[in-house]
Design a protein around this ligand. Sequence first.
Ligand SMILES: *Cc1c(COP(=O)(O)O)cnc(C)c1O
Length: 423
Amino acid sequence: MAFNDGKTKDPALASADPEIARLIEEENRREHESMRLIASENYASRAVLEASGSCLTNKYSEGYAHKRYYEGQAVIDQVEELAIARLKTLFGAEHVNVQPYSGSPANLAVYLAFCNAGDTVMGLALAAGGHLTHGHTVSITGKYFKSVPYGVRKSDYRIDMDQVRALAKEHRPKLLWCGTTAYPRTLDFKAFREIADEVGAVLAADIAHISGLVATGVHPSPIGIADVVTSTTHKTFRGPRGGMIFCKKEHAAAIDKAVFPGLQGGPHNHTTAGIAVAAKEALEPSFKTYCQEVVVNAKALGEALVSRGFDVVSGGTDNHLLLIDLTNKGLPGKPAAQALDKAGIVLNYNAVPFDPRKPFDPSGLRIGTPAVTSRGMGRPEMERLATWMDAVVKAPTDESLLARIAGEVKEACGHFPAPGIRL
Ligand SMILES: *Cc1c(COP(=O)(O)O)cnc(C)c1O
């Protein structure tokens, strides 16, 4: 058989490249049999995967709809226009660019659109839950721009808006980022807007983690408040791996030019199609229910962990993730994450604010509920997760315990088919 007819499982791949076919099969199984709690991950639907794995990958289409540098765009223009129209409806945005290859390139486009090398930028420090691309020293954004990071308060681990204001007034940033990768609390976009206006900064909101929650009103939206909003498409949004940028009309030309030809060549049209499908799914009422459940589950898991003596940073969560400081458990984050992985519970070790330990061996764990919620898991499963996590953290080297829990996790997962996963 020369191609995948869609009826059987990837027969073309299995015959052309059995090694890769086997590895994909293994990953399918791992994603089915484990509790995936990495806060940035999810399960894209079969429909999203199908669109993303389509012949659209073959087409070059540098430029934008009806202004391309290659012929043969009759179909691609419609795909991109559909994706944009759906996202405009979903987010209430004036302008959308769906071409960024991922979240990081979307953020680079913002720098290119609004800044010159050497300009001052501000963002939440990585150690406090910010993203590399908001000016961290090892990132190009920290090397080519003068980065002034802000942090969270020691008293309650919330972003310290007084510090943001004081630093902004002192350093007069060209660009002010609000957006997080490991922060469990609601972002106050209006407060950031006020500060940006006081110092004449461009306000960029990065909703990579929370875009699903924002689309459904489960988290307040920065659209119409921030000058520009960036996001990934594969976290709570549950689409293919990609990026998107929303902005006011007045910035549309600058953003589009920054993405192409400023940073990128041809857009990944198969990804654009996957984004369009994800946007259609996100417009369904069931997606709002899903996003609400993500937060309900995160809160439930947080409460279940607190009741087992876990130190949940800031005392809980408003969104899809929890940060746990394991210091009181006498176990650093990395060996905890590794032991949990052996038990079928997959998450990542993470620095906690004011972490005395090194970033590669920090004190905490980050836990997210988007993927398990996509499988329909609820409060009973959150309780079980907390029980398993408690047992693993108490005896991280007890291999027979880890194996027993991995078996229980696998059995539990069997009752919750994962979207997109075909065994
Ligand atoms: C994940 C993330 C990104 C980067 O996304 P990639 O697709 O991994 O490049 C950017 N900003 C924030 C806040 C993120 O959480």
